[in-house]
Design a protein around this ligand. Sequence first.
Ligand code: T5A
Length: 214
Amino acid sequence: MVRGKLILVEGLDRTGKTTQVNALARRLHTEGIPVHATKFPNRESEIGQLINRYLTDKSFTLPDQAVHLLFSANRWEYIKELKQKLNQGCYVVLDRYVFSGIAYSAAKGVQGMDLNWCMQSDKGLLKPDLTLFLTNEDSLANRDGFGEERYESNEFQLKVKAKFSEVLDAFCDPDELSIVNVTGKDIDQVSEEIWSRIVPILKSKLQEDDFKYF
Ligand code: T5A
């Protein structure tokens, strides 16, 4: 059986990840390719609800190490289901994943929480076949809802941006990474650019259980 591809859309807050994940899922579906789109954090599980409380209620405190492990545990909760879908030939499109987990935690600058410490709890998760990293040169603070959640300040986002660059250098194979600069582009222009990066990977075939792991 030929397995589906694992495609990850990453980037800073409000770069348009959710919008583009949904657009890509619709496009794949239109092309007759079975697809499942999902996002992390998945706020539906009990762990996800705790993460949601942490992100939305700034008076709710947890040690930074514990928060990091909760985000990671949230990925582990769903990996069996995602692997099954891939093995059934379904494409899986993810909105954030391991790279966000490491970049946001390491950007806090907490002693001991370096990239390698942050990676440990994600070791063994599936590696994406392609990571599309959405980047923007200007602040996105004017986009809907920015500032409502814990990490949404320009100062922290700049730290995360710098960390993302280190994280991708350290943990993402260059031939499995595609940077998409969204500056000044409308939603459809970004979607077209993403589609142009997807078309080449549709041709290659991967067999059931032929996965790479972090
Ligand atoms: N986090 C996450 C961790 O700390 N550790 C982890 O392990 C993980 C997985 C929540 C927070 O959790 C942190 C990172 C985050 O701070 P989230 O739920 O993904 O993560 O939250 P956000 O990044 O804030 O996700 P959003 O879904 O709100 O932002 P998106 O998905 O980037 O943006 P989107 O698509 O919702 O678009 C935002 C607005 O911009 C418009 C849209 O219509 C929408 O109104 N828009 C555009 N406008 C103009 N031009 C374009 N090209 C546009 N594209 C979208």
